[in-house]
Design a protein. Structure first.
Ligand SMILES: [Mg+2]
Length: 375
């Protein structure tokens, strides 16, 4: 049976490390890690390429440990601007398909093929992979399934350079082979709790909680069979190379994420009334809070200010931060008309910045304090 609901999930393989390998052929195939600037022996692995992964090196591992596994490891300093630029180019290419598109993270994208009976999902997946490889010399893994949760799982099952379809004919077979921690949200504590209860594979979870795999929430609107018109929210998040206590650096990241969201919103003529901020750290665990405003905006500086106010209201005092996320929700179509003269001037400035960034590549001009994120 041809399913009406169909999501194609694209997950770039070892994205940061692959970009560095593609740019510098000398590094091709050698075990390589990307880390933050500073002493390469005292930081954390931001990304590892597949040659390094094969040795057991993975992101989040202290670099000292990685070097103890393989002393000749190649080290490249992370260059966020380069990764964001590549991500934006891929996003631009995917927009050309004129399908509902979700920018799930810097290296993950989702196309909603629901109801598009003329499209052959596997052929489309192959076409996308081939084009990304031709343009950037890096590979992507594609997963295709009836909802984003299964599509994302499928993308993980044959990495790197994989293409996996989960449909009614192989659903049981695939889920039996997929360990539970491959499933989105099951990598950490949740997965461990369930694994301790004897649930090892995704199939075990399905037998206990079949409704879990009908999950379609979060990424796309409730599926009505018609392509969705606008996303529910736009978000960006980033895992820092190491825990960060420096307030200015944390704020700089919030600013950069806010600006990235604002660009997305403006490209789709959307404005947002709700800002949600999410922080993760070793002491605070997960912290999330949101606020809805009467006036919607698509101005990165305004989003940033709203996010800071949410943080200021919280009881967090100089927290150690590992990961940061900003989400804009309560979206509506519409161009944001500034009411005040001062705002009108800012609006013209934003439009000029967007034009420059469109012409010369995203992030050529960026707010001064985001330079701290390039440390
Ligand atoms: Mg990836």
């Amino acid at each position: 049976m041809v399913s009406l609901n169909m999501i194609l999930h694209i997950d770039m393989d070892a994205f940061f490390a692959s970009i560095e390998e593609a740019i510098n052929p000398r590094l091709k195939g050698k075990p390589l890690i990307v880390g933050s600037r500073g002493n390469r022996m005292h930081t954390v692995v931001c990304a590892a390429n597949y040659a390094a992964k094969a040795l057991g090196i993975h992101s989040g591992m202290p670099t000292k440990r990685a070097y103890s596994i393989y002393s000749k490891l190649e080290f490249v300093t992370a260059d966020q601007a380069k990764y964001i630029w590549t991500s934006e180019q891929i996003l631009g290419f995917l927009k050309g398909f004129n399908l509902p598109l979700n920018y799930a993270s810097i290296d993950e994208f989702q196309l909603d093929l629901s109801g598009c009976l003329g499209i052959k999902p596997v052929s489309l997946g192959k076409e996308i992979k081939a084009q990304i490889y031709a343009d950037f010399n890096i590979t992507a893994s594609v997963g295709i399934a009836r909802n984003w949760l299964l599509a994302k799982l499928a993308s993980k099952l044959n990495k790197p350079d994989g293409l996996t379809l989960i449909d009614d004919s192989n659903f049981e077979q695939v889920l039996r082979k997929a360990s539970l921690d491959k499933l989105c949200g099951m990598g950490g504590k949740n997965g461990k709790v369930l694994m301790a209860k004897g649930l090892e594979t995704c199939w075990d979870l399905y037998l206990n909680l079949p409704g879990f795999f009908n999950n379609n929430s979060g990424k796309f609107e409730e599926n009505t069979g018609k392509p969705t018109e606008k996303p529910k929210s736009v978000s960006h998040s980033y895992t820092l190379p190491r825990d960060q206590v420096n307030h200015q650096v944390i704020q700089a990241w919030i600013r950069l994420l806010s600006e990235m969201i604002a660009v997305r919103l403006r490209q789709q003529n959307l404005v947002s009334a709700t800002v949600y901020i999410w922080l993760n750290g070793p002491v605070i665990g997960n912290f999330g809070a949101q606020k809805t405003h009467q006036v919607s905006t698509n101005d990165g500086y305004e989003i940033y200010q709203r996010a800071l106010k949410i943080m200021a209201r919280s009881s967090l005092r100089n927290p150690r931060i590992r990961a940061i996320g900003v989400t804009c929700g309560s979206l509506s179509h519409g161009i944001y008309y500034p009411l005040l003269k001062e705002e009108a001037r800012r609006e013209r400035l934003i439009q000029a910045l967007d034009r420059i960034n469109n012409r010369f590549g995203e992030g050529v001009i960026y707010p001064a304090n985001t330079t701290l994120t390039r440390q």
